[in-house]
Design a protein around this ligand. Structure first.
Ligand code: 2HG
Ligand code: ZN
Length: 443
């Protein structure tokens, strides 16, 4: 993001849970703060040292430990790169239940710790559903073995959920057990165009109704996002070159019978064209065309990075309200910046990005706190999938009540009384100091 820069002098690369445990035991007894790091692909500064925290990089713990071909349960170390797991499973006839643009470098431990969402959440749900077990090392070095491989286990509090999405602030994930879905033979991808946002919403409703169980992704990008991708990502062509469109929608179906899926997709598309919801569209004819369509959607963050500085917001909002915010933001900012909107429309997740030449406080003042207040008024979330990290630790109250944040701080205090794990992230420092926790390494 070119936005955060720490001054850590030390990075440790443990090769085993035992080594992670020894490091934490040592650091905890001396009140040395640490920042756990996976692929370092996060977008909210969650994996960067703020001051001189010791970086614990999990990348050397990258072994696949077991895979059960019947149940589809994979057990692996936290440092496995997502794309390597995807390739491993492909050979076994399975897929990962999550897929995201950063797959080439992000690691499963980081994915779990941030509860990463991505492109398949619509179909396979969040990691709170697919992760069956975890091994976690607590701040004092205690190893929590919760590495179950069971679909059902109702024995007491399900503690693993505390570590899914808590961004390394409560413990370091060292092993993951995850339920993977079978790879299905028929995958289709349609790249469609709509004239207005209302049509995108209607298409979503129709896709849910008509495609039903085979719908596996529903993504959207607006014309500004499309223009940026075509400008910056080499080798991409506009799949619908005859004219420009205000909105683009990607719909993926995944099923087990090609003829059945094609018939369903065709019926859906014919109806969408007849009811004038679509202005144009194309269905990928082969795997290469499908990956070039995905490249357009996945290329937007990369294109934004090449364009200049970006203010990034990752919001959960009622889909019918989502684009009102984008338009209001354009009204506020005028020509000073480019407001770009895309995201996981099927999950109600908007990626609102404001692209400028360089970071500028006068632009930021027009965006914040407006964007957070607007989201809060809709009872939306100020972090749909990227997490809170450093960027939004002081903003958590826009999405969580004071009482809820107090309980979070109390949990943090029990699990990490010296506050050594990923300080300054997730929770506001004011709440933690109220609860008697001190900030280590600050000087
Ligand atoms: C995506 O969906 C990622 O492409 C990144 O979550 C979103 O750059 C962003 O704002
Ligand atoms: Zn996303």
């Amino acid at each position: 993001m070119r936005k955060y820069k720490g001054s850590s002098k030390l990075m440790l690369q443990p090769r085993s849970t035992q080594e992670v445990s020894q490091i934490l035991d040592y650091c905890n007894s001396r009140c040395l703060a640490v920042v756990p790091q996976g692929g370092n692909t996060g977008l909210v500064g969650g994996s960067i040292p703020v001051h001189d925290e010791v970086i614990i990089n999990i990348g050397s713990m990258n072994n696949i430990l077991s895979f059960d071909k019947v149940s589809g349960i994979l057990v692996c170390e936290a440092g496995c790169i997502l794309e390597n797991l995807i390739s491993f499973l492909d050979n076994e006839g399975y897929i990962m239940p999550l897929d995201l643009g950063a797959k080439g470098s992000c690691q499963i431990g980081g994915n779990v710790s941030t509860n990463a969402g991505g492109l398949r959440l619509l179909r396979y749900g969040s990691l709170h559903g697919s992760v069956l077990g975890l091994e976690v090392v607590l701040a004092n070095g205690t190893v929590l073995d919760m590495l179950g491989t069971l679909r059902k286990d109702n024995t007491g509090y399900d503690l693993k959920h505390l570590f899914i999405g808590s961004e390394g602030s409560l413990g370091i994930v060292t092993k993951v057990s995850i339920l993977t879905p079978p790879k299905l033979s028929s995958v289709n991808l349609a790249f469609l165009a709509c004239e207005d946002y209302l049509s995108c919403q209607k298409i979503l409703l129709e896709a849910k109704r008509k495609l039903g169980e085979i719908l596996s992704a529903f993504e959207f990008l607006d014309i500004n996002a499309m223009d940026l991708v075509l400008k910056h990502i080499d080798g991409l062509r506009d799949p619908l070159p005859s004219s420009k469109h205000n909105f683009y929608v990607l719909i993926e179906t995944t099923g087990s019978m090609e003829s059945h899926d094609k018939e369903k997709l065709e019926a859906f598309l014919v109806q969408a064209i007849e009811s004038e919801l679509l202005t144009d569209g194309v269905v990928a004819q082969d795997i290469n065309q499908a990956s070039s369509f995905w490249r357009i959607r996945e290329g937007v963050p990369e294109a934004l990075l090449k364009e200049g500085a970006t203010y990034k917001y990752d919001l959960s909002l009622p889909p019918e309200k989502m684009y009102d915010l984008v338009e209001e933001m354009r009204g506020r900012l005028g020509t000073t910046s480019n407001v770009v909107a895309y995201g996981h429309l099927g999950d109600g997740n908007l990626h609102l990005n404001i692209s400028t030449q360089q970071y500028d406080d006068s632009i930021l003042a027009k965006i914040e706190p407006f964007v957070y207040e607007w989201t809060s008024k809709q009872r939306g979330s100020i972090s749909a999938e990227h997490g809170i990290g450093l960027m939004k630790a002081s903003k958590i109250h826009y999405s969580k009540s004071a009482e809820t944040v107090q309980v979070m701080a109390a949990i943090k205090k029990v699990l990490d009384p010296n506050g050594i794990l990923n300080p300054y992230k997730v929770l506001p420092t004011s709440v933690l100091s109220q609860s008697g926790r001190h900030q280590p390494n600050k000087d």
